[in-house]
Every structure is written in structure tokens, then in C-alpha cells.
Design a protein around this ligand. Sequence first.
Ligand code: ZN
Length: 262
Amino acid sequence: MKKTALTLAAAILLAGCAAAEEKPENKTEQTETTAPAKTPAEEKTAGPVISASYFNQLKEVDGVQVIQNPENPLVLVNKEFALPSDYTPPDLVRPKVKYSFGDQDIEKSYMRKEAAAALEKMFQGAEGDGQYLFAVSGYRSYSRQQEILAAGAAASSEEEALKSIAPPGMSEHQSGLAMDISSESNGFELNQAFEATEEGKWLKEHAHEYGFILRYPKGKEDITRYIYEPWHFRYVGQEAAAVIYENDWTFEDYFEQAKPAE
Ligand SMILES: [Zn+2]
């Protein structure tokens, strides 16, 4: 998956195999001779060891698991874990990048400070490779998410709308750590066709170098509970992004495998 020369079709076919192909050698030799060598399966489940503060702290409120530490940069927001309805990120700034809607100073142009800086670097990196990215939608407030879901439900049905629109509190956009990205070649649209554009392919291959992950991968819909979104990128920092990319994991898989440090 790292070879940019791969055709898109081949890239798609190989996507499910990446973890097996790129499994690292067992480099940690046992010092105790009695310890049996780890099998590949055991090696894979060893998982990253990360600060306990990176795990969601949860409290059930009206049957919903509500995140109590929403400022955590590795906050896991999905249809199981919700941000508090009154949570607004403390350090929202406007990244200096190109936007699909021009230079308007509006809510969706914002991200949290660290993510914004990483986004600027990523867009610059893309430009260095001749790819021009456009930010389409970043931070989104709880109340704005309510409006979007209501509009989607009115256009089709609530059930249909919920396949691509998160319930309020359950959108990563409220975290200020996600950005929807498109390109002029894709008409600045957020759709499946973005994956076939040069910009979409560049992002899939390089986003992790800047600390972003493709949050809703193809073929992982049963885990993420979202349709494939080749345009939605989530900032998690370079360390976590590299592990997720190399293992072909979702963010849910990452926390399934991760263990808190003592
Ligand atoms: Zn999105």
C-alpha cells in the first residue's frame, strides 16, 4: 500500500492484505531462554502501550456512554461513545489552508490548534507533490450536528441519514480533530469518487506521515459503523497514525489492541 505506482484497482484489492504483508519481523528476542517464541498471532495482538490518559473515561447518561475527558487528543468518538452536548474544544483556530468555500471565517473552517498545524503541514506536503487539497468541513458544534441530521432525515429517512450522518455528540467533527478534504478535480465534493482522484490517492498514502488517519476505510464499515469516507481525515498524532496505517487498523481496532501504561 506504500507503492504509489500501484493502480487504484490493485490498491483496493490489496487493502485487506496490508497487515499480513507488512507484518514486522519479530525483533524482540526473548532474553529468557525458557520463553517460547511468540507466534505471529500473539505478536499481532501485543498492541501499542500508551498513556492511560489516552483512553476514554466514560459515564453513562440516559443510556449513552458519554466521554468525560473530551480534550484527550486520542478521544474515540463513534456511535458507541459520545462527546458531551456542551463540549466545545478549548483551542479552536483557523488553519491557514485553502478552503472549498473561499476565505470565509465560519465555524467549519476551525480545528484544534495541534490538528490545525498538522493540517497546514499536510497541505504543504501535498503541494510539494503537486497535489492541491481543499479543506471542506472541520469543527462542527453539537447544535449544528443536530440540524444536519434533521435535514438528512427529512430528505430520506432517519435510518438512511444515520448511515452517513452521526447523531449529535457522536460526530468526530465536534472534537475539532477531523477535517473533510476534497479537490478542485472532484468539484470540491465529498463523495466516493474522491478516492480515484490524484489528491485522494495522495492522502490515503501520506496522511499518516502528518498524524492523520483515514477514519472510515473501505471494508471496515461493520467496525466503524460508517460508510467508506475517502474524504474524512482524523488527527491522532504521528505515532498513533503510523501504527494504525502499518497495521491497516481502524481507530476502533487501535483501542482494541492498545494497553494503558502503568
Ligand atoms: Zn467528516
